[in-house]
Design a protein around this ligand. Structure first.
Ligand SMILES: [Fe+2]
Ligand SMILES: [Fe+2]
Length: 308
């Protein structure tokens, strides 16, 4: 069993490598490269969109980029930091040692900084292109999935469910940002923003794994069973395409195309974002569950068998 004293703080690493301590501002450059990876937006390759020309295609990538940045800001400020701050301030109903609480505070700083960088960069892009974002989603998948998963478990396990959900999502986001930062079609500054973010998220991912590992080893069997039962419920709510499709529908409607073409594109897009067992998010979730020690717990393993 892991002891409370065995947790090792990342404070030294943070002092030296946190991007807020070490990276310059990223400035958008005036070149022909893209803001968003083509393969992340299936609309881009729709025949009607291709026929409509590169200006329409660029508009779609730009708006998808705006959505991505907006989602990141919601994720950092409303999801991760809600939980990280509760842990840092000792409001989380589990007695984490000081090293965990202070590392959690460094996560709060990083996430707020990421949100700041995202806002700054978004503003630069908007000025540079002269194109404003279309109406943005007010929520991300987690805004719905976390409260729904919490409502599903007995009240005394609500905080534990929230911790697992945030830890899982922090680990999936890391992989997503990594893919982004390697894309050769993207602007250097976009990749720079992503690479900076990734540098911090690598540390966060380890932080959440260790935190859950510690928590999971200390809670009693009833708690583990209840949380294990809640997990697949959370995953089901988390891995949906509803909000992406809602956004895409608004994006299609904003295009300067005949109504019949827009309706056709919209109906073709249903099923454009399949979530299968080979989805990169699921691969990462599985990796997280294993590293955090949850898969050694038979009832939990059985509860999420569909995802393994
Ligand atoms: Fe972040
Ligand atoms: Fe993070």
């Amino acid at each position: 069993m892991m002891s409370l004293q065995s947790y090792v703080s990342h404070a030294d690493q943070w002092e030296q490598r946190a991007t807020i301590r070490s990276r310059p501002r990223r400035v958008v450059e005036d070149d022909a490269l893209s803001y968003y990876p083509v393969e992340r937006q299936p609309l881009y390759a729709h025949p009607t969109i291709v026929d409509a020309g590169s200006q329409v295609q660029d508009f779609i990538l730009l708006q998808s980029f705006y959505k991505y940045i907006n989602d990141v800001i919601i994720f950092e400020t409303e999801i991760v930091n809600r939980t990280a701050l509760a842990i840092a301030k000792g409001r989380f109903p589990f007695d984490f040692p000081f090293a965990c609480r202070s590392d959690a505070m460094s996560v709060v700083i990083d996430e707020h900084y990421h949100a700041y960088v995202a806002m700054d960069y978004l503003d630069q892009v908007e000025r540079n292109t002269g194109i404003a974002p279309i109406e943005q989603n007010k929520e991300i998948e987690l805004s719905r999935a976390i409260p729904r998963a919490i409502a599903y478990v007995p009240a005394e396990y609500a905080a534990g469910m929230e911790l697992l959900a945030v830890a899982i999502s922090e680990n999936t986001v890391t992989a997503e940002v990594a893919a982004f930062s390697r894309d050769a079609t993207l602007k250097r500054s976009v990749k720079g923003v992503m690479a900076d973010h990734l540098a911090d998220e690598g540390r966060h991912s380890v932080f959440w794994i260790n935190l859950v590992k510690l928590y999971w080893s200390q809670i009693d069997e009833n708690a583990r069973v209840a949380l294990g039962i809640g997990l697949p419920y959370f995953l089901k709510e988390y891995l949906t395409n509803e909000l992406q499709l809602e956004f895409d529908r608004r994006l299609i409607d904003s295009l300067d195309l005949p109504a019949a073409s827009r309706a056709q594109i919209a109906s073709d897009m249903v099923g454009a974002y399949p979530i299968t067992a080979r989805h990169p998010m699921i691969v990462n979730i599985r990796k997280f569950l294993k590293m955090a020690g949850l898969l050694e717990h038979e009832p939990t393993r059985a509860a999420i068998a569909a995802y393994l």
